[in-house]
Design a protein around this ligand. Sequence first.
Ligand code: AMP
Ligand code: GLY
Length: 430
Amino acid sequence: MGKKVLVVGQGGREHALVWKLALSPEIDKIYAAPGNPGIAELAECVEIGVDEVYKLARFAEEKGIDLTVVGPEAPLMAGIVDIFSEKGLLIFGPASEAARLEGSKVFTKNLLEKYGIPTAAYKTFADADEALNFARKFTEKGQKVVIKADGLAAGKGVVVAESLEEASEAIENIMRKKTLGEAGNQVVIEEFLSGEEVSVFALSDGKDFVVLAAAQDHKQVFDGDKGPNTGGMGAYINPPLYDEVLAEKVKDRIIAPVIEAMRKEGVPYTGVLYAGLMVEDGDPKVLEFNVRFGDPEAQVILPMIKGDIFPLFFKIAEGTLGDFKVEMEEGSCVCVVLASGGYPGSYEKGKTITGIDKLNPDTMIFHAGTALKEGKLVTNGGRVLNVVCRGKDIKESVDKVYKEVEKISFEGMHYRRDIGYKALLREGLN
Ligand code: AMP
Ligand code: GLY
C-alpha cells in the first residue's frame, strides 16, 4: 500500500521537501502542517502550527502516517521526535537532547573540545564580568572577538565585536538586560576566525551517515554581503571552495567524529546535520551546527538528490541506513529569494504576485511567505518566493535564474542580484 507522509513546516524549505517527496512512487498521500499555497498544490495542508507538537502526534496517529519529516528547528527543540517516538510513530529528525547541537552553543563547544573536533578557541561564562575579562584578552591584542548567546536567538545571538566597547555592549545586552531572554543565561566567547564560510549537509541515523553536499548561503540583505542579516537571500550548491580534498577533511575531521561523539555521549544524532564551517587555508573549523536543512539551502540540495528520497528518509528515521548510497546530480543549482519591501525589517503583506505562470517549465518555484486572497496569490511574509534553476555549471544556472526572476513581480519586491558571486569569482567567470 502507498505510504502516507506528514511534512511539518510552512516555508520554502518545506515546499522543496514536499516537492521532492511527491516524486516518490512509494508515497500516495502527503499532508503538510500548516503548509502554504505552493505546498497545497502537492499536499493536503492541515491547520496545525509547527509548535503544536501533541496535536501533530494525534494527527499522525489518526491518519496512520508512515513517516513525519520535520523542517524547522523549533518543534525539534520542543521534543516532537521524543513525543512521536513514545507513540511508536516514525519521524525524521533528532530527539530534543540531540537537538542541543543547535539549541545550546555551550553544549556544542564543550562537545567539540572534548572530542578534539576543530573549532575556534573559546570559553563559556555564566558571569558577565568574567566574560568581559576574557573578551579583553582578544581586544587588547587588537583582535576581534565573537560573543554568542548560548540558546536559540533567531539569528540575533552572535556578535562579532571589533573593540572592547562593542564586546561590553553585547555582553551587557545578552547577559544583564537579557534582550534574548533565557538564551542569554550563558555565553560563549571565542576567537574570530577569518576565511570563507561553507555549509555542509549530512544525514545520519545515529550510527552511519551520508554527506549530501555543500552549499553557500547569502545571509546579508544587500549585494556584496552588505546590510543586516536575513534568514538567507539565496544559495547555490557545490561551491568551488568545497573540492574533494576539503570534502574528505570535513567528513573525517568533523562529520564522522561528531556522529561518533554524540553516540558515545548517549545522545545518538539522527536527521539532518548541517555544519556551518569556516575554511581558512583549506582547513575547516566548526562555527555552528544546525539540526535541520538550511532555508534556502534545502531548495538547492533537494532537487539535486538523485532518485527517490523516501527510502533514504525512512532508513534514517528507522536507524537502518547501513551503507546506503546517495547519488547527487551533476551540475549546479541556484536559488534566489524574492523578499518583501522592508525585509528583514518591517514590511507590508497582501501584495499581488504576478508572473509565476510565465516561468519556464523546468524552473522550480518554492513558496515561502505567500497566501491566497480571493483566489489571488499575495505576499504574506518577509521571504516570499524562491526561484530555483539548474544548469551545467554555476554560470549557466545563475544566468537562467535571473532571467526567470525578472518575470515575477509584486509591489516592493527586492532580491540580491549577486547570488553565486563568490563561486563565479573563484572560477574567474564574473
Ligand atoms: P553562528 O550562529 O555561530 O554560525 O554564527 C553566525 C555567523 O556569525 C556565522 O555564520 C559567521 O558569519 C559569524 N561567526 C560566528 N562565529 C564566528 C567566528 N568565530 N569567527 C568569525 N565569524 C564568526
Ligand atoms: N540559511 C540559514 C539557515 O537556514 O539557518
